[in-house]
Design a protein around this ligand. Structure first.
Ligand SMILES: C[S@@+](CC[C@H](N)C(=O)[O-])C[C@H]1O[C@@H](n2cnc3c(N)ncnc32)[C@H](O)[C@@H]1O
Length: 343
């Protein structure tokens, strides 16, 4: 697959000046004008040759140019800010049919409406890889990732999320949590949710000063590739719920988080869960492996099959909070009696 080359174009800096594209703070716009960095982001996406690349939040089009200079078969960009349309249209003309420009908000945009059209027309027999690339505001990249993970885990969608790879920028600290290994201070729910479904790789960090204007944080470029088989074969919402409860107390014994999955008068089920999963209840949450969390999810799932009310139980509801307070009071009184009064 040979690399394609765009004809000579004005620089991104010139386009910004020409179309008066000053960065809008309320849209968290920080542009990458250094073409070495935009090329590096595209290289982080791996082999895009012959594939369909969807760039989210192209802005003035620095990364878009780098993608168009590869052998990607087709590129689609989705941008929320109408001011960037003229500069993107200019690129589209230069790309001679390889670039489609859409105006929209990626959080409300159905990617499937654009990708299958291209797939059905050109790749009926052998569908290509789909790459999603973007240097987006952090407030957009995280919900985009979570939505994508959820969709991928259910294997829904005509174009097969299993074939899609993501290369997105995140605040460095979030990127570090996504790839965090067990026994590290960054290990959390996000690490588990990413890693049970995907291979996640923090490719490199871009210092904040490389952007125009510079944000006051550094940025991690993360490459996410879906696993052929998820490491936990259960619904995303169930895994997310168990992980949310366990990692709420990430430094504590994992038993503490598991307890909050059950009403205070059903702590017998906590014992069942640990017995069945063969997980040590005194392991700290951040030490649990994906396999151990998977086994906890399995036994929680089998408990919920027999007692469906358990799944809908929410320990934060008012009623349950009152029950927990009562339980706390009883324990407090017991403690005072035993320890303070020696009974
Ligand atoms: C951080 S700037 C990066 C611009 C360009 N990718 C670059 O690297 O120079 C983020 C871009 O995402 C766009 N954007 C923000 N929220 C968006 C959303 N919900 N959907 C699509 N684009 C969005 C902004 O308008 C802006 O162009």
């Amino acid at each position: 697959m040979s690399r394609r080359r765009l004809p000579p174009l004005p620089t991104i800096r010139e386009l910004i000046r020409l179309y008066q594209l000053s960065a809008k703070k309320q849209l968290s716009q920080n542009f990458l004008l250094d073409m070495n960095l935009t090329r590096k982001i595209v290289r982080a996406a791996g082999n895009v040759g012959g594939g369909f690349v969807c760039e989210v939040g192209p802005g003035p089009g620095g990364i878009t140019r780098a993608v168009l200079n590869t052998s990607a078969h087709h590129v689609a960009v989705i941008e929320k800010d109408a001011r960037f349309m003229p500069s993107l249209q200019l690129l589209s003309e230069a790309a001679e049919g390889r670039l489609s420009v859409y105006r929209g908000d990626i959080l409300n945009f159905n990617l499937e409406t654009i990708i299958p059209q291209a797939l059905s027309r050109e790749w009926e027999s052998s569908p290509p890889n789909v790459h999603i690339i973007g240097n987006l505001p952090f407030s957009v990249s995280t919900p985009l990732l979570i939505g994508w993970l959820a969709a991928m885990s259910s294997r829904t969608g005509a174009w097969g999320f299993g074939r899609t790879k993501l290369t997105l920028t995140f605040q460095k600290e979030v990127a570090e949590r996504m790839v965090a290994k067990i026994n590290t201070p960054q290990r959390c729910r996000l690490s588990l949710m990413c890693q049970y479904l995907c291979e996640v790789d923090l490719k490199f960090v871009i210092p904040g000063r490389a952007f125009v204007p510079p944000p006051n944080v550094d940025v991690g470029v993360v490459h996410v590739v879906p696993r052929v088989q998820p490491l936990i074969n259960l619904p995303f919402s169930l895994v997310e719920k168990v992980a949310r409860h366990i990692y709420h107390y990430r430094q504590k014994y994992c038993r503490r988080g598991v307890e909050t999955l059950f009403p205070p008068d059903r702590l017998d089920l906590v014992e069942d869960m640990f017995e069945e999963s063969e997980v040590d209840p005194t392991s700290r949450s951040y030490m649990l492996t994906v396999k151990e969390i998977g086994r906890l999810c399995q036994s929680y799932n089998s408990i919920c099959q027999h007692e469906p009310d358990i799944y809908t139980y929410d320990f934060r509801s008012k009623e349950n909070a009152a029950a927990l307070r009562r339980k706390g009071q009883i324990l407090q009184e017991k403690f005072e009696k035993q320890i303070l009064h020696g009974t």
